[in-house]
Ligand binder design. Structure first.
Ligand SMILES: [Zn+2]
Length: 320
């Protein structure tokens, strides 16, 4: 009999050493499934000896012990998503199959690069094509949802920007319309006022400091619109007309009143200089006065008052 030893340790006894060697070779050559390599690092040694009959039946145990020392290499196919292995299958065909299934219905814009690489390991893993597809499909669904949410967000952002732009334009249009507005278009008094086009009395943009109808600390409700702007800024009439007052007038300070006909008057108060006198015909381009702070005023501003048949109306129905 041959005593079989492995690294000095006795494994058992065999009748024929060639038979064991053949079995070991057979074991190594037998590669099924994902196994690509079996290696036995240390081969057994044999020694011819006389052995008692009872010890002879251990060939199977010897072979199993040797097989246990084998290092087995398994190859699987790792399916990659954007370069990272996210699932494994046993064969290349399965990998290609899973990938082509995943690519179905995948929008071009969704960044989901699918591929596969060979993965070598010394432990066996249980891989199933269905499991791989399911977990990869979850990634796909999440990516598609992410893409769709982003598209939705961009769409909303664009809509919001468009709405803001439209609102801005509408406001601009409204301002334009108001500055060309007709007194008759906004009911304000007698109703017999027709088609007087009016324009802003200041060519620069003022700051509105008090609106028509405000009471504040005043004894009376505000009958005009206060437009703060630097001292000396030229004032123009809101429309053509005739100067019916040019002088100092109590808390109004230096002021000009213009009659536009049809019961419509415009008043300009707190002026620092009056440039036209009573009876003068003016156009909307005549510089009639300069902004000041005369009368009951705390700083340079134009108090603009519009009157229709003697009643003050809100200038902001038409201007600013
Ligand atoms: Zn005022």
């Amino acid at each position: 009999m041959y005593t079989v030893t492995l690294s000095g340790e006795t494994l058992g006894y065999v009748k024929e050493k060639s038979e064991l060697k053949n079995k070991i070779n057979e074991y190594i050559r037998d590669r099924e499934g994902t196994i690509v390599l079996k290696e036995i690092a240390v081969m057994p040694e044999y020694k011819l000896e006389l052995i008692s009959r009872n010890d002879v039946t251990q060939e199977k145990h010897v072979l199993e012990t040797i097989e246990d020392t084998a290092v087995i290499t398994y190859r699987t196919y790792g399916i990659t998503v954007n370069g990272e292995v996210k699932a494994e299958v046993d064969t290349e065909i399965e990998a290609q199959d899973v990938i082509s299934n995943l690519q179905q219905g995948l929008p071009n814009e969704v960044k989901l690069e699918l591929g596969f690489i060979e993965v070598y390991k010394n432990e066996q893993t249980l891989n199933s094509k269905d499991t791989a597809f399911t977990s990869l499909n979850e990634i796909k669904i999440a990516k598609v949802a992410e893409y769709e949410a982003e598209q939705e967000r961009l769409k909303k952002e664009a809509e919001k920007a468009a709405a803001e732009e439209a609102a801005r334009k509408a406001e601009e249009e409204a301002k334009k319309a108001a500055s060309k507005g007709k007194l008759a278009s906004a009911s304000s008094g007698s109703g017999n006022v027709n088609g007087l086009n009016i324009v802003n009395p200041l060519r620069a943009t003022p700051r509105i400091t008090s609106r028509f109808g405000e009471k504040g600390s005043r004894r009376y409700t505000h009958t005009g619109l206060d437009l703060a702007i630097s001292q000396g800024t030229p004032i123009y009439p809101i429309a053509d007309g005739v100067v019916i007052f040019s002088g100092s007038n109590g808390s109004y300070g230096n002021m000009i009143k213009i009659d536009h006909g049809d019961g419509i008057q415009s008043w300009y108060a707190h002026c620092s200089a009056l440039l036209v006198s009573e009876g003068t015909k003016v156009t909307k381009d005549t510089n009639i006065a300069k902004v000041g702070s005369t009368g009951n005023s705390t700083g340079p501003h134009l108090h603009l008052e519009i009157r229709v048949n003697g009643t003050a109306v809100n200038p902001q129905n038409y201007l600013y």
